[in-house]
Design a protein around this ligand. Structure first.
Ligand SMILES: [Zn+2]
Length: 215
């Protein structure tokens, strides 16, 4: 077995939640339009579908996209535990589209493993503006420093929140109190608990995930 790392893990051993853009409620656009997409576009969107990644011990550890999951399967790093009826064809073979895959070698997961990024902040806040409480597509959200940067506010899990442009504009260089705004909830780092909750949320779309997420 080679010592190469699975692609869902960055060089520091943290998990990269690359499926963020497809799994956030409200971010997937017009559902009706999905059915009139061309065949190749449908295939492309199929490749973006979320796949649950299990550790060798069957513990759910991440969500990735079909495209990335297929790479892990073809490299022999993971095996498919659950599949869709759909198939994708390579030059010589037809492959069932995976829904749940499992890493063949056990991977140690540090307790707080999520990288601080725009995508992860939006994921943590479920694409909800933390001031007005409305859900927006990712493209209509920005990150707000609760304590403004100009006043020493850091870029950290505890000081960054998802925010719509309107609220961001209203708030300006002020604290929420000064601007008369109230945070929906206190921002916290992404924990394994949060990740599980998100996996369950995503898993509502796919029955095959249930038994691994302890519904
Ligand atoms: Zn807002």
């Amino acid at each position: 077995m080679s010592a190469r790392r699975p692609e869902a893990v960055d060089p520091r051993g943290r998990y990269i939640p690359e499926a963020g853009s497809v799994l956030v409620p409200g971010a997937s656009g017009n559902v009706g339009a999905r059915y009139v997409q061309s065949l190749s576009a449908r295939r492309a969107s199929l490749m973006q579908e979320p796949v649950l990644v299990l550790n060798a011990t069957y513990e759910p550890i991440n969500v990735t996209a079909v495209r990335r999951a297929m790479v892990l399967l073809l490299k022999g790093v993971a095996q498919a535990e659950e599949v869709h009826n759909a198939e994708v064809h390579s030059s010589a073979h037809a492959h069932k589209v995976p829904s749940v895959i499992r890493l063949l070698a056990y991977r140690h997961i540090p307790q707080q493993s999520r990288a601080l990024s725009r995508k992860n902040i939006l994921l943590r806040d479920r694409n909800t503006c933390q001031f007005c409480g409305k859900i927006f597509p990712s493209s209509e959200l920005t990150l707000d420093h609760v304590m403004p940067r100009s006043r020493g506010g850091r870029s950290s899990w505890e000081n960054l929140v998802a925010c719509c442009y309107r609220c961001n504009n209203d708030k300006g260089d002020r604290t929420p109190e000064e601007a008369g705004l109230k945070l929906a909830r206190k921002p916290r780092p992404f924990t394994l608990h949060t990740s599980r909750q998100l996996m369950r949320l995503i898993g509502h779309r796919d029955e095959r995930w249930r038994k691994y997420l302890f519904y």
